[in-house]
Design a protein around this ligand. Sequence first.
Ligand code: AVI
Length: 320
Amino acid sequence: LQQHTADFQFHDFAPKSEDLSQAIQSGWSEKPKNISPKFFYDQRGSQLFDKICQLDEYYVTRTEIMLLEKHANEIAKNIGDNSCLIEMGSGSSKKIRLILEALRPALYMPIDISREHLIESASLLAKDYSWLKINAVCLDYSEQWNLPDETPRLNRAAFFPGSSIGNFHPLQASQLLQQMSQALGKGGKIIIGVDLKKPEKQLNAAYNDKNGITAEFNKNLLHRINRELFCDINPDSFSHNAFYSHSHNRIEMHLVSNQQQVISIQGIDYHFDKGESIHTECSYKYSASDFQQLAVNSGLTPLKCWIDNEAKFSIHLLEY
Ligand code: AVI
């Protein structure tokens, strides 16, 4: 535990840095080839994702922000006073600002895997909210985790925005909800943003923007492999492919090889047929009742659900 100032503490669980090479070795030996979407988010990938959030076609961020602004007071009322607000994958801690004033938590606990990003964003927040007590925690929430032992037993609430839950397969999503519940303890609440099912045309447009930013985001994975594992993949030998799969209720993103080729990574050869793809991301879409069912199956009680007028996005309040 490091003490930065009286009101800013930092707890480092030292998550092991993500092993890209290991992930390729296992994922690219499967059929179809695949890799976890968490490898998108190196520095360049995070910048590209920020750009995606501002695209006309990508309604997700805009709609969630609008919902948070509109319902901040009601969300705060449902959580109550003297709370410990835990943010899952806090990143640049921008959305939390929308509920901080309304909630005035006794403690804010941002959780993120990226140490630098976490310290930087938490410091900025500490400057802007002088009354706020912060305990930043560096850990990988996609692995087994728990809150630091010294976390006070206040009125605990976890904030998990952005429909990041959609990037987990439903079974893993349920496991993550259960893990969060364990960390919060009985009576703990979860405020979670979930993207809604909607006409396929809107979904396909959101993941195939006309400026090609999502394509660049997808292809950054190949650039990242080149940068970090000293490879010479030609990113132009792959194309971005994103589509809605009705049978799985998810957007799938793939990188499709435009040609037959062999890619050598750390002494291992990976063969690609022309048209063969690497499955890089799933983004599951839920109706409000689908998600409530998932929550119930995970041992949680749905308390409230806020949806915008166009039924694009939902924010759920759940209780353990
Ligand atoms: C972070 N996650 C919720 C985004 C999504 O919509 O699944 C990632 C993304 N992929 C392509 N565009 C955005």
